[in-house]
Design a binder for this molecule. Structure first.
Ligand code: AMP
Ligand code: ZN
Length: 109
């Protein structure tokens, strides 16, 4: 856990989120500023700042996040969707705790 990290605070339950899934390794919740009608984030409970910081130790965690995307997308009624991970400030990353975006269903209202 990183004291200043907003996603660590969500993992710890100190900031509310619209959670759609949680297990021992990950939490998934709706994005607060949705870019599509359905837009949620799959977030590992482990604090890792960027994909660049991942090591072979994290491969099961990363694979689990990818495999969870279609399950949660189906739960949300999505047939087709996009997955995205922004890497580094130059890559559009704003929250430095890795997360997989899943979005679909057309543009946000
Ligand atoms: P990124 O630019 O890839 O780092 O994406 C960060 C995402 O986190 C953005 O889409 C934000 O809207 C989203 N976000 C930031 N704070 C929260 C929050 N408290 N609850 C849900 N989503 C958030
Ligand atoms: Zn964190």
């Amino acid at each position: 856990m990183s004291a200043d990290c907003i996603f660590c605070k969500i993992v710890a339950g100190n900031i509310p989120s619209k959670t759609i899934y949680e297990d021992g390794n990950v939490i998934a919740f709706h994005d607060i500023r949705p870019m599509a009608k359905t837009h949620f984030l799959i977030v590992p409970k482990k604090h890792i700042e960027t994909l660049k910081d991942c090591t072979v130790e994290d491969q099961d965690l990363l694979g689990g996040m990818m495999l969870l995307a279609p399950k949660l997308a189906a739960d949300q009624g999505l047939v087709g969707y996009k997955t995205l991970m922004n890497v580094g400030r130059e890559g559009g990353q704003e929250v430095f705790h890795i997360h997989l975006h899943v979005y679909g269903g057309g543009a946000a209202a």
